[in-house]
Design a protein around this ligand. Structure first.
Ligand SMILES: [Zn+2]
Length: 448
């Protein structure tokens, strides 16, 4: 018998232009798929489950297009560090204390952090895979969390021109063993490459060639402080393409953005990392939107930034308006309204994010036929009980604690404001134990 779930009576923001917003509407889910959206829907099976969504906002599950999930266990480890300090402290520091069991604990806890914040699709730029066992452990953490998205196979860094074992060669084993048909449950695989900012142009070309030989999409950090000319290097070697995801991109030139647009590449916008860690001045939101480049948000560096997309939406909007307002203010002018709307941010956080990873046929909007990935936000609290546009209220005020229900592929992973499932308690315990192990190894290394 089909399993049905009915989300009843919410304000449903579909992020599907043909459906729009629907007040006092239902979302009917059958066997993990959205089958109908609209008022007064009824279920066909007797054992259908219903969730009251009155006073709640029902939106597509949020999409995080770039995150280092293993850092879930070390939040705020580097609160004041810029990119320059982060390398020694994290990539060459605490990262090296991680054994496979710690990666497993970090990835599981980090993915649960994302789900708790209403993020149902994630691209995990897994860059602490120091052995094949680390890679297996990272994947296992993601799998057990129930999240959807990409496992992006990366090597430890910061990087050199060396072949960087086991990455990228171990990626072939990983693909064959765990993604034989391109999928592993809700997960797919891609390559997290050093890119031309962290290795020579020739080595980078080999890395790109290898990823394409494996048929895996590529994600790489470019266009942040301390790097230059990455896109032109890729262009000179004929490596730009639709299968490349560029992270940060905030310091690229207009000409480089044009090359990304022409080659149909994608951008992961990372407002908090860009601005908190001196990766640049303004995130790439404006230049990307102007050129119609497929773009979405990334929380990115969990040990220096937050864990949720609400903050990214707010920071991106504030930064982009600040950038747009600066020339007028310099002329002593004031304008009555500003261009970008909070709704533009929600689109980047949902459908546009899904487009970055070519998953928009599957998720990103509440469209019948898509996977039932849904985030329900309780809007009845004083800080969310707005008078005007409810999306603006949500974007400006919501946080993970306001996320009441989260559904991935029809499975309820958070309900009544709490993550559900027996694995939650275990995951927290594993994370705490791992944290102590890592702390002890850090202390021993410092005193050695
Ligand atoms: Zn990153």
């Amino acid at each position: 018998m089909a399993h049905e779930l009915l989300l009843r009576g919410g304000l449903v923001v579909t992020v599907d232009d043909s459906l729009g917003d629907l007040a006092d509407a239902d979302v009917l889910i059958r066997d993990g798929v959205i089958v109908a959206v609209g008022p007064g829907l009824s279920t066909s099976s007797k054992n259908a489950e219903a969730i009251d969504c009155k006073g709640r906002l029902v939106i597509p599950g949020l999409v995080d297009t770039h995150r280092h999930v293993w850092q879930g266990a070390i939040g705020a480890f580097t609160p004041q560090m810029t990119g320059a300090g982060y390398g020694p402290a994290v990539l060459n520091g605490i990262s090296t204390r991680y054994e496979p069991e710690d990666i497993y604990a970090g990835a599981l806890w980090g993915a649960l952090q994302a789900l708790d914040a209403g993020i149902t699709t994630i691209a995990d730029w897994a860059h602490n895979l120091r052995s094949a066992e680390h890679a297996n452990a990272n994947l296992r953490g993601l799998q057990e969390s129930g999240i959807r998205g990409y496992f992006l196979y990366g090597g430890p860094g910061p990087t050199t021109d060396a072949p960087n074992p086991p990455h990228p060669q171990d990626a072939r084993r990983m693909r064959d063993a765990h993604f034989p048909n391109g999928m592993n449950g809700r997960l797919r695989m891609g390559m997290a490459l050093r890119g031309p900012c962290f290795t020579s142009a020739e080595r980078n070309a080999e890395d790109f060639k290898f990823a394409r030989e494996l048929g895996l999409p590529i994600s790489t950090h470019v266009g942040m402080a301390g790097t230059s000319d990455a896109i032109n290097v890729l262009d000179r070697f004929g490596l730009l393409g639709r299968d490349v995801n560029y992270v940060h991109a905030n310091m690229l030139t207009g000409q480089e953005f044009d090359l990304i647009a022409k080659s149909k590449g994608t951008i992961s916008l990372t407002p908090s990392t860009d601005m908190l860690m001196q990766f640049g001045t303004f995130p790439a939101t404006g230049p990307a939107l102007q050129r119609g480049i497929r773009s979405g948000f990334g929380v990115d560096t969990v040990c220096s930034c937050g864990t949720d997309i609400f903050s990214e939406m707010r920071l991106a909007l504030a930064a982009e308006r600040s950038r747009a307002n600066a020339p007028a203010l310099a002329r002593g002018e004031q304008v009555p309204t500003v261009a970008l709307h909070q709704r533009d941010m929600l689109r980047l956080a949902t459908l546009d994010g899904a487009r970055v990873w070519d998953m928009d046929d599957e998720v990103g909007s509440l469209t019948p036929g898509k996977q039932a990935d849904v985030t329900v936000i309780d809007m009845r609290s004083p800080h969310l009980d707005g008078y005007g546009d409810i999306i603006a209220t949500m974007v400006l005020g919501a946080g993970p604690a306001d996320v009441e229900t989260v559904i991935v592929g029809g499975d309820i992973v958070k309900q009544n404001g709490r993550l559900v499932g027996e694995h939650i308690g275990k995951a927290r315990e594993l994370m705490l134990v791992s944290r102590e192990r890592v702390r002890a190894r850090e202390a021993a290394a410092v005193h050695a």
